[in-house]
Design a binder for this molecule. Sequence first.
Ligand code: E4P
Length: 215
Amino acid sequence: MKIFLDTANLESIKKFNDMGLLDGITTNPTLLSREQGDPAEAMREITKIIDGDVSLEVVSTEYSGMMEEGRNLRKYGENVVVKVPMTADGLRACKTLTSEDIPVNVTLVFSVNQALLAAKSGARYVSPFIGRLDDIGEDGMQLIEDIDEVFSNYDFETEILVASVRHPMHVIEAAKIGADVVTLPPAVLEKMLHHPLTDIGLANFLADWKKKSSS
Ligand code: E4P
């Protein structure tokens, strides 16, 4: 399973990339708006730091605006994947961008039917938002299972990118299903690193070593 980081924070991107953990990045307008400085500069920088796919989202809601933005976003790097919303205009832009060899991530997916349509439009990724479904009392992970089952019946090349991940259990469940990609907020990836027994074990090793060397 590929791990993407769901952030526009350069410090976090560099930190986890230096550990060899990142296969790509996803951003969105909200994540970019949280960071200081020029968003265009941040997007350019991210595409340079990361070898893998970097999703950059359009903010236009109609086809021609999405096309113009998508083509411009792609100029930031060959690894840019244009993110479009799951709307009729978004799917039309997905089809045209894909035909121009610009890969597309269809975002804000909340149903199997939406995922199916995004795949038909040629999306490289579909992004079901599981945490936001959980938030309204629906089962986000069940959606991943259902999309996985439907995609496995056909030859779609579209990958399932599990988005809106809230905690490490989401990651384990997505991996058990065999989802292609999870995109993680830095805080979730940080939590995955740690276990209290690792900390206790390390403290004990060091204390024993100190005792020995001072005896
Ligand atoms: C995915 O690409 C989105 O950026 C993200 O996962 C949204 O997550 P949220 O529901 O935590 O905002």
